[in-house]
Design a binder for this molecule. Structure first.
Ligand code: FAD
Ligand code: NAI
Length: 469
């Protein structure tokens, strides 16, 4: 294989691999380098996909234990084979990473396993696991090195008692007592997985609610629902220190504010889920003149160009929502702009979904954000308890909330907690991207009986004319 390319992509996560495919479609001779064993980055190997596989398996378990009898479906004793569950998850990951390998072959993209370092503009050195080195040359380099779990000072990961999401996706047995530090997306998703499998899960959160940054109504409802399900939430609490003992792990907890007394919490494992940090060290960036910002992100302009001509960056490593679909959109946009095409990604219209039960999904502005900025708005809210499909499938918890500009009726934000929220939000992302008004959604025919009717009713509710409440 010749080592001269049009584009070198560093990182084969959803940002990098999608950018590589789009670049190949546009006629660029492309190579993608990743130090991982398989393609797909965090998302496919230790993120989105394994977590959703386990969420689904454990959701079925919970249904079998809690709900099926109410449907007249009797399945006798319900048990768990964790090995089978984990093997199924691993199989799905293998199928999907293999799928990217197939797509690379189909698009004639070279894939090199190894650790990449930028040694000069247009030049990348790659060292493989055996220590073999080679130099790649290209007109352009796209950096997509992604992110890693953030470390909490005093809680160094040991892979056994103090773990990150990576280990929490592959435990060999159910920990009787699991503490999770952080009631963000990972805390709630993986907390749900292990609670359903039988762990007593305590989630310790610094702020006064779950999912900081999301709309207040969603956060309140989510906290209520998860507590009812059996997650123990310790809000406004700071995890101060940890000690590993022969019996397990002892955490010292204090109120987040003030100097209230410390209390001890004894558990078997601690999952630290306090966010992620960009993986931008040891990439050779300083050597070529790219300075990281204070939080370690790579600064870029709106063409995803760094300060060095010919070096671009996308995905988790540049900041903004640390989400797979955001990285993908940026990958496509960056290479299209590179060849002179248009395209844009608006961070404010990137949807966020939490794949718990019920699901939680949001796009655009929160009510608190609009109040803070003094923007006059109207609210339309519709509960799933008044939606006939939600009744038929027995999933009546939650609501759709639409925030629209008081003067123009333009949709500013949508917040959903309830069944299939992650799919329902797609229509509203399109609405925001298209600058639609609540009236546009309210006058669009939605199939009956569907969960999407709750979205239409919330749009009608903005103008106080919902039909079914
Ligand atoms: P990454 O996916 O992190 O990929 C970067 C790649 O670059 C890695 O494979 C890494 O090995 C490689 N790399 C780094 N440095 C080098 C180097 N020097 N040389 C060679 N290779 C290098 N997002 C969602 O949208 N939906 C979800 O449901 C979701 N669930 C998640 C669940 C968990 C448990 C976690 C941890 C994350 C989840 N995310 C989810 C976030 C999502 O995984 C990331 O936002 C996404 O993977 C970022 O994509 P990326 O391409 O920027 O980077
Ligand atoms: P997060 O940013 O979602 O949540 C971290 C939580 O930890 C916050 O609630 C924060 O207040 C809390 N926290 C921070 N420091 C703390 C401390 N010292 N003590 C107690 N609480 C503390 O980060 P998380 O859950 O680790 O996820 C990382 C990233 O992965 C997120 O940015 C998310 O976008 C992505 N992800 C996305 C998923 C999805 O889209 N469904 C699923 C899982 C992860």
């Amino acid at each position: 294989m010749s080592d001269i390319f049009d584009l070198i992509v560093i990182g084969a996560g959803p940002g990098g691999y999608v950018a590589a495919i789009r670049a190949a479609q546009l006629g660029l001779k492309t190579v993608c380098v990743d130090k991982g064993r398989g393609l797909g980055g965090t998302c496919l190997n230790v993120g989105c996909i394994p977590s959703k596989a386990l969420l689904h398996s454990t959701h079925l378990l919970e249904m079998a234990r809690r709900d099926l009898a109410g449907h007249g479906v009797l399945c006798g004793t319900v048990g768990v084979d964790l090995n089978v569950m984990m093997a199924r998850k691993d199989r799905i990951v293998a199928q999907l990473t293999g799928g990217i390998e197939f797509l690379f072959k189909k698009n004639k993209i070279a894939w090199i396993q190894g650790t990449a370092t930028v040694t000069a503009p247009g030049q990348v050195s790659v060292v493989d696991e055996q220590g073999g080195a080679r130099t790649l040359v290209a007109k352009n380099i796209l950096l997509a090195p992604g992110s890693l779990p953030a470390q909490l000072p005093g809680f160094a990961f040991d892979g056994e008692h103090i773990i990150s999401s990576t280990e929490a996706l592959a435990l060999k047995e159910v920990p009787p007592r699991l503490a999770i530090i952080g009631a963000g997306v990972i805390g709630l998703e993986l907390g749900s997985v292990w609670r359903r499998l039988g762990s007593q899960v305590t989630v310790i959160e610094f702020t006064d609610g779950v999912l900081p940054g999301m709309d207040g109504d969603l956060r309140k409802q989510a906290a209520r629902v998860f507590m009812k399900q059996g997650l123990q939430l310790r809000l406004s609490t700071r995890a101060e220190s940890v000690a590993v003992t022969p019996e397990g792990v002892v955490l010292s907890l204090r109120p987040a504010v003030g100097d209230g007394a410390a209390v001890a919490l004894e558990v078997d494992r601690v999952l630290v889920a306090v966010g992620r940090v960009p993986q931008t060290q040891n990439l050779g960036l300083e050597g070529v003149g790219i300075a990281l910002d204070a939080r370690g992100f790579i600064p870029v302009d709106d063409h995803y160009r760094t300060v060095v001509p010919g070096i671009l960056a996308i995905g988790d490593c540049i900041g903004g929502p640390m989400l797979a679909h955001k990285a993908e959109e940026e990958g496509v946009c960056a290479v299209e702009r590179l060849v002179g095409q248009g395209g844009h990604v608006r961070w404010e219209n990137i949807p966020g979904v939490v794949y718990t039960d019920p699901e939680i999904a949001a796009v655009g502005r929160t009510e608190e954000g609009l109040q803070r900025d003094g923007i006059a708005y109207r609210v339309g809210k519709f509960p799933f308890s008044a939606n006939s499909r939600a009744r038929a499938v027995d999933q009546i918890e939650g609501f759709v909330k639409i925030l629209a500009d008081a003067a123009s009726d333009r949709i500013l934000g949508v917040h959903i907690i309830g069944p299939q929220a992650g799919d329902l939000i797609a229509e509203m992302v399109l609405a925001l991207e298209s600058d639609l008004a609540a009236e546009d959604v309210a006058r669009t025919c939605h199939a009956h009986p569907s969960l999407a009717e709750a979205v239409k009713e919330a749009a009608l509710a903005v103008d106080r004319r919902a039909i079914h409440i």
